[in-house]
Design a protein around this ligand. Structure first.
Ligand code: VG1
Ligand code: CO
Length: 539
């Protein structure tokens, strides 16, 4: 039943910030998935005795891709696959299954926060035995392999019935279909004070969780409504749909509009949250109030003692370089380790494995801890609920008190999308060349103290990664420039701005950052080079 089929390489199967991400139509080309997956199996080698987890966020083409991967795993000699029922598994749930059962890795079929559907995006994240996505050195090796691939192996058999829980067999490989939610819920119960949160809801606390028609609906309904007692209907857009019901499952101020409108209205519940396509991102809102992800990371870290799993102490904390420095001040106050890494969760994995950090986060609505090796959307929501239950304070109160204590990092990100790759690459190259000449220069009241590329030297595997360009000012303000590594066409320039203030805590972020924005766009000649006067997305 095992067939070896001849194929020819594709030139574009390079993983980005988080796995392979392409237009669905690209992935639907003949043997596209097969080439990529065979390359992973070839690079891992020696698959006998190995077990992998497999699932996805339910987006368009998941059903086809998952059957291909199952049949290829069997033909390549994998011993066992653990698969989420009906092909569903969130990214955090998948990481948990790898760690808890000491599996050899796994595949999450998702393009995360990118839109789905036939005209949307598709993606594959590959995790190794760490429970996190493979390091860049491995993805580079896989990419090289895709450029020379000549054949792949596949088991010629009917599709597996993914709705049936329990054990099956295919071409000598064991398949176990599991409930995607049970183990994840258990893990959350072990971390947080569910009783305190139950009492909070019993006293009439209200929330709205927007699952954006993506994978977290079933997890959120089970946890928030069934177990914790939030009102029925608190979780909306709860059924995962192949095209996310036309929504763009990116939990931010632009794409989670329905939730934002509710939270900034008189009908607002006490608390609002949303997750992305594969359940690893989160957005936190109070009544009339938005918490930036950078502040959220700082606030969670500052309050670790309120959470049962962390109350006896935490290792350090890490953030991506583009994320605001707010959490750095918290790390200093608590006298714990503090690390800055390139963008992408894979860079946190070594720090967690070596007990250097417990918490980590990114400005792109990602927060998490060493309970797994991916960011975790529902974990962050539960952390906030646990703080609220323990303190009796609102989201706004908690955040404002944090600013009183530590000062406030005004922070925003401006994305310029759909730029031609050549223009974007040249913009970054020219800017990098110009950085040394900027050192010591002043723009009105802003004095540049340092302008340099961000280079990360991993303390564990000693790899070195360059990611983004940073301009630092004497008053602590910062500009970070990066090109996105998750898009499926053209280039996206991200400009991240930060300004620290200890006196004016109630400013409007856009106003506070107005001058720095102008400086940032001028230095990089963004408008003249891209032809865009304004950012496409502001978060
Ligand atoms: C974006 C975010 C980054 C995040 C990555 C994956 O990458 O900026 O912080 O880790 O997406 O998130 P980029 O290269 O486009 O800036 V997810 O939720 O797609 O796994
Ligand atoms: Co995601």
């Amino acid at each position: 039943m095992i067939q070896t089929i001849q194929t020819t390489p594709y030139a574009d199967q390079k993983m980005g910030t988080a796995g392979l991400r392409k237009k669905s139509k690209v992935v639907m080309q003949k043997y596209y998935i097969e080439n990529f997956v065979q390359s992973i199996f070839d690079v891992i080698g020696n698959l006998k005795g190995k077990t992998y987890v497999l699932g996805g966020d339910g987006r368009f083409y998941n059903d086809i891709a998952i059957q291909k991967i199952i049949k290829m795993a069997a033909a390549n000699g994998v011993s066992k696959l653990v698969i989420g029922q009906n092909g569903f598994l969130s990214t955090p749930a998948s990481s948990n299954i790898i760690l808890k059962n000491k599996l050899d890795g796994g595949f999450v079929l998702s393009a995360s926060h990118n839109p789905g559907g036939e005209n949307g995006d598709f993606g594959i994240k590959y995790a190794n035995q760490s429970g996190g996505q493979c390091p860049s050195s491995t993805s580079e090796e896989i990419y090289k392999h895709t450029l020379n691939i000549k054949e792949f192996k596949i088991c010629d058999a009917p599709d597996i019935d993914l709705s049936k829980l329990g054990h099956q067999e295919l071409c000598g490989m064991e398949i176990e279909i599991i409930d995607p939610v049970i183990d994840y819920v258990k893990m959350m119960e072990d971390i947080f004070d569910f009783n305190a949160i139950k009492q909070l809801f019993a006293k009439g606390f209200t929330m709205r969780f927007d699952a954006m028609n993506a994978v977290t609906g079933p997890y959120a309904q089970r946890i928030f409504e069934d177990i914790l007692g939030a009102n029925k209907g608190s979780v909306v857009n709860a059924i995962p749909l192949p095209d996310f019901g036309g929504l763009h499952p990116d939990p931010n101020l632009l794409y989670a509009k329905e939730l934002i409108n509710l939270m900034f209205s008189d009908q607002s519940p006490d608390f609002g949250a949303a997750n992305d396509g594969d359940g690893d991102r989160n957005m936190i809102l109070g009544h009339n109030f938005f918490v930036t992800p950078s502040d959220s990371l700082a606030i969670l870290t500052d309050n670790y003692k309120l959470i049962p799993a962390y109350k006896n102490g935490i290792f350090g904390v890490a953030k991506s370089a583009a994320t605001s420095t707010a959490v750095g001040r918290v790390a200093k106050a608590h006298n714990i380790g503090y690390y800055e890494v390139p963008t992408g969760w894979k860079y946190f994995v070594n720090l967690m494995d070596s007990n250097r950090i417990t918490f980590c986060g990114e400005e792109s609505f990602g927060t998490g801890s060493s309970h797994i090796r991916e960011k975790d959307g529902i974990w962050a929501v539960l952390f906030w609920l646990n703080i609220i239950a323990a303190t009796g304070k609102s989201v706004e109160q908690i955040t404002r008190e944090h600013w009183q204590k530590y000062g406030r990092s005004y922070y925003m990100r401006f994305d310029f999308e759909g730029i031609s790759t050549d223009v974007a690459d040249k913009l970054m190259a020219d800017l990098e060349a110009k950085l040394p000449s900027l050192n010591g220069k002043s723009f009105e009241n802003y004095h540049i103290s340092n302008a340099a590329p961000f280079i990360y030297n991993d303390p564990v595997d000693h790899s070195s990664t360059k990611n983004g360009l940073i301009i630092k000012f004497a008053d602590g303000s910062r500009i970070v420039y990066r090109l996105s590594g998750t898009g499926s066409s053209g280039a996206t320039l991200r400009v991240y701005l930060e300004k620290y203030d200890t006196k004016n805590l109630n400013g409007d972020p856009l106003k506070m950052l107005e001058n720095i924005l102008e400086i940032a766009l001028n230095i990089a000649e963004v408008q003249t080079r891209t032809g865009k006067q304004h950012a496409d997305v502001i978060t």
